[in-house]
Design a protein around this ligand. Structure first.
Ligand SMILES: [Zn+2]
Length: 124
């Protein structure tokens, strides 16, 4: 369980935790120290488990507070590459294909809700 966490800066997305204990952060977060600290705290509490698991999903769904969400929205709109954070699957030279299981589950859920909505919208 005790493992050293390493922080690596990159210029897209917001933050990700990898199974080798590395946390990658968008370097522009340096301009948002409060948000950056909150994000690091958030990533530290994630597990290193690369598979989809309930613990990580619940952690992502339960740590949204209003202040952080507002700072996050500002950050994303001033740093458009941060939108990469919401892409569930992408490729990097350093790490190959990166898949975010939580995002895949969350997107599938929204897609399903939308399809059900469209279906009933058309049928009723
Ligand atoms: Zn998270």
């Amino acid at each position: 369980m005790e493992q050293e966490l390493k922080i690596v800066y990159r210029d897209y997305g917001i933050a990700d935790r990898f199974d080798d204990g590395t946390i990658e952060l968008n370097r522009n977060l340096d301009k948002y120290p409060e948000l950056k600290r909150a994000i690091i705290q958030h990533e530290i509490k994630h597990t290193n488990n690369p598979r989809f698991n309930k613990q990580d999903l619940l952690h992502d769904l339960s740590t949204q507070d209003q202040v952080r969400t507002w700072h996050m929205i500002q950050f994303i709109f001033k740093n458009p590459k941060a939108f990469m954070q919401f892409v569930p699957l992408y490729y990097t030279k350093e790490r190959g294909w990166i898949k975010d299981n939580n995002l895949i589950v969350i997107w599938s859920f929204f897609l399903l809700i939308s399809l059900v909505g469209i279906y009933f919208g058309i049928v009723i």
